[in-house]
Design a protein around this ligand. Structure first.
Ligand code: SF4
Length: 303
């Protein structure tokens, strides 16, 4: 019984901390995004673009002070979980994350964004059939859990696309695919964008890689030299469109381009694009087996 009670208390503690973390992510951008927005604003010489950046910073300041979401679209919650095989709440994590989304929805509050497909009603809880999305990796010999929390807004989700290229199209085909999408849909996603590009065998592996690319820090580089070169070339190419902040023109379009790749079938090149907007709300929290936590994306904050 005491073990049961202990588990229940642990579950309550983690639900409470996770709901506070979700709220934090909704009203405070991660450090890498804040720093990049400052850098882009300082480099910008377009007058209107400068005013828009200033408005963004004022918006961020007020969101943090008032503890209110920095964008009205608080998105659909997505979690990328790397869970140690010995983490004590591994079996409870799914329900902990769902309950923490509901708790944060009530307390922050978050906009109700979970509509049951085909039945067309909003659950009002940000929980629905298969939502929030929880993507799992299990780690051997570990008793910790790392959780990336991401708020997938409608506008920034809209440019998402995946396909499988003929092998003869090569990496030039990947670049063309990404640029075609960015020149047609990029403006919908509230630039400056973080562009995630995934490369793999099939649409689902490429799509997952492209979303994982959005979890990688702005300014980081793919460890593979050729992939890193593609990141730089795509950044230059998309910047040349001159979308500027909120798509109202400016010298830059992106905060960065991150490529994530996995080994692929020799006869296919799966490629996918996902975008993060200027209000790229993601955060990483790691819990140890005592539920002590560390937040690596937002320096100096506590829950
Ligand atoms: S794209 Fe981002 S900033 Fe724009 S409305 Fe959607 S969530 Fe908000």
């Amino acid at each position: 019984m005491s073990v049961m009670m202990n588990k229940i208390q642990q579950k309550e503690k983690m639900t409470d901390l996770m709901s506070k973390f979700i709220s934090l992510v909704s009203y405070k951008l991660p450090d890498d995004v804040e720093n990049k927005l400052k850098e882009l604003s300082e480099e910008e010489d377009n007058k209107l673009a400068k005013i828009i950046y200033k408005t963004m910073f004022e918006n961020q300041k007020l969101a943090f002070e008032l503890k209110r979401p920095s964008c009205q679209d608080t998105g659909v919650l997505q979690f990328f979980v790397k869970c140690g095989e010995n983490f004590p709440l591994i079996g409870q994590l799914d329900s902990i994350l769902k309950n923490s989304v509901y708790k944060s929805t009530q307390e922050t509050p978050l906009r109700h964004n979970s509509v049951e497909t085909f039945d067309e009603y909003n659950t009002g809880m940000n929980i629905g059939d298969g939502s929030p999305s929880i993507f799992w990796e299990i780690e051997e010999d570990s008793d910790k859990v790392e959780i990336y929390t991401y708020m997938a807004g409608g506008g920034c989700t809209l440019p998402g696309v995946a396909t499988v290229l003929m092998p003869g199209e090569g990496y030039e085909g990947v670049v063309k695919f990404v640029l075609d999408r960015m020149t047609s849909y990029g403006i919908n996603a509230c630039p400056p964008l973080l562009v995630g590009v995934g490369v793999g065998t099939s649409v689902e592996t490429a799509a997952m890689n492209s979303k994982k690319a959005l979890m990688r820090a702005v300014g980081s580089r793919n460890e593979n030299e050729n992939a890193a070169k593609m990141e730089r070339l795509l950044e230059d190419g998309i910047n040349a469109i001159g979308l500027g902040p909120q798509g109202l023109k400016g010298s830059k379009s992106v905060m960065g381009v991150n490529v994530v790749n996995t080994a692929r079938h020799p006869s296919t090149i799966g490629v996918a694009v996902n975008t993060g907007c200027w209000s790229h709300r993601r955060g990483k929290i790691t819990f140890d087996s005592n539920l002590d936590y560390e937040i690596s994306t937002h320096e100096g904050v506590t829950l």
